[in-house]
Design a protein around this ligand. Structure first.
Ligand code: NIG
Ligand code: FE
Length: 400
């Protein structure tokens, strides 16, 4: 494969900057060009010093950013819950009970149906400028369907998360300890070969999800099986999820909507990244997490979509950035870093979320003269992948 020189960039945002200022941390290069050779970033520098390449793409004054990293999604599912959303907008609160509806539809779907649904969702997400995506199981809740979900997810990403402990399925409601035993035993054994992470919906505020003690059992079993830890915590109300995640050294604790001072102190003193999912608060009409409080306390914050049929059926990272800026007190530069570099860090991935020589070319182009337009122009489809089958750039912009 040949070398491609990318020029015509109003700004190249690398997300490799340092320092206390969020804009400095973005690492914005004006008048820069970049060469991609065999899918890897080979050269970055001033356009005037650009080397000769086999092919040239002129981006016509657009900006380039690292492809978004969507570090939290639930893309393997069948069925539809739009009626649940409509009822919620009329005042019915979200409590996790609808997960069983998706479970029934997912168990009933064929493997080919699920694969096609997953492929369409991944294409939708990548078409908006995301590249690396984490995908959870959690709508099977039996050994066969959880294993199938993990296997299908592993066909499209390396970041597969086992979420057998999403909710207790209806057939176990009267003997939930047996379900925890299944999840931490035979189900974990079957799914672990396809997964890198384990997650649990730690939420004592819902009758369907898991207590702090149950969550600890699940996470410790996952760790013994060699999986990294992630937690759904403090989504519906105050609870033990955040502190448990920090205590066990989880890579990420996600949602973090209802936090007390001890939760914030724990996060500030630990290595666990707080992943905020503002599309959930948007789609469940809930109060947003206070990103400013976390950032000011020194907590590392990532953003992700949580794309799922219940609480947020959006695959748009730009929407999450816009919400984080408008509703959660994040500086636009903080939000962009949270959706790229910090999200990659939450997956322990050093090869995504930044634009650096030697890294895979995961690049997104903004149809805008600066990165600020991401939050400034909400709902406008500005971001597109640069490379691969999803790239929309017409061949007229390419020249040999
Ligand atoms: O992250 N909270 C748990 N799981 C998902 C929602 C799943 C669903 O309602 O289908 C979430 O919000
Ligand atoms: Fe989730």
């Amino acid at each position: 494969m040949s070398a491609v020189l990318h020029t015509g960039l109003a700004e190249l945002v690398t997300c490799t900057g340092e320092g206390p200022d969020p804009v400095e941390r973005l690492g914005v290069l004006p008048d820069a060009a970049l060469v991609v050779r065999e899918g890897v970033v080979d050269w970055i520098g001033p356009v005037a010093e650009a080397p000769v390449a086999d092919e040239r793409v002129d981006h016509g004054g657009r900006s380039m950013i690292p492809a978004f990293v969507d570090s939290h999604s639930h893309l393997v599912f069948a069925g539809d819950r739009s009626a649940e959303f409509t009822a919620r907008m009329a005042g019915i609160p979200y409590d996790g009970g609808g997960i069983a509806t998706t479970m029934t539809a997912t168990r009933a779907a064929t493997e080919d149906e699920l694969r096609a649904l997953l492929a369409a969702r991944v294409a939708e997400l990548r078409g908006q400028g995301s590249d690396l995506v984490e995908i959870k199981t959690g709508y099977g809740l039996d050994v066969a369907t959880e294993t199938r979900a993990a296997r299908l997810a592993a066909e499209v990403t390396d970041e597969v998360t086992f979420l057998g402990a999403h909710v207790v399925p209806p057939e176990y409601r009267d003997h939930r300890a047996d379900y925890v035993e299944l999840v931490t035993g035979p189900m974990l054994d079957a799914v672990a070969p396809y997964a890198r992470w384990i997650d649990v919906f730690c939420e004592p505020n819902s009758p369907y999800s898991f207590t702090g003690e149950e969550s600890r059992e699940v996470l410790e079993a996952g760790r013994r099986a060699g999986l990294g830890l992630r937690v759904h915590g403090n989504q519906l109300g105050p609870g033990p999820g955040v502190r448990l995640a920090v205590e066990l050294g989880a890579a990420s604790v996600d949602h973090c909507t209802f936090l007390d001072d001890a939760d914030v102190d724990a996060l500030a003193g630990g290595d666990t990244i707080a992943t905020l999912l503002p599309g959930v608060e948007f789609s469940t009409r809930s109060p947003y997490p206070d990103a400013r409080r976390l950032l000011d306390a020194g907590v590392r914050v990532a953003l992700a979509t949580d794309c799922n049929p219940g609480t947020c059926y959006s695959s748009s990272m730009p929407l999450m950035i816009a919400l984080a800026v408008r509703e959660m007190g994040m500086h636009p530069a903080e939000a962009l870093c949270a959706a790229t570099a910090t999200a990659a860090d939450s997956l322990h991935r050093t090869d995504a979320g930044r634009i650096r020589v030697g890294d895979p070319a995961r690049l997104t182009v903004l149809d805008a003269p600066s990165w600020e337009h991401l939050a400034y122009r909400p709902g406008v489809p500005l971001s597109r992948p640069v490379t691969g089958a999803d790239s929309p750039w017409p061949s007229s912009q390419r020249s040999a």
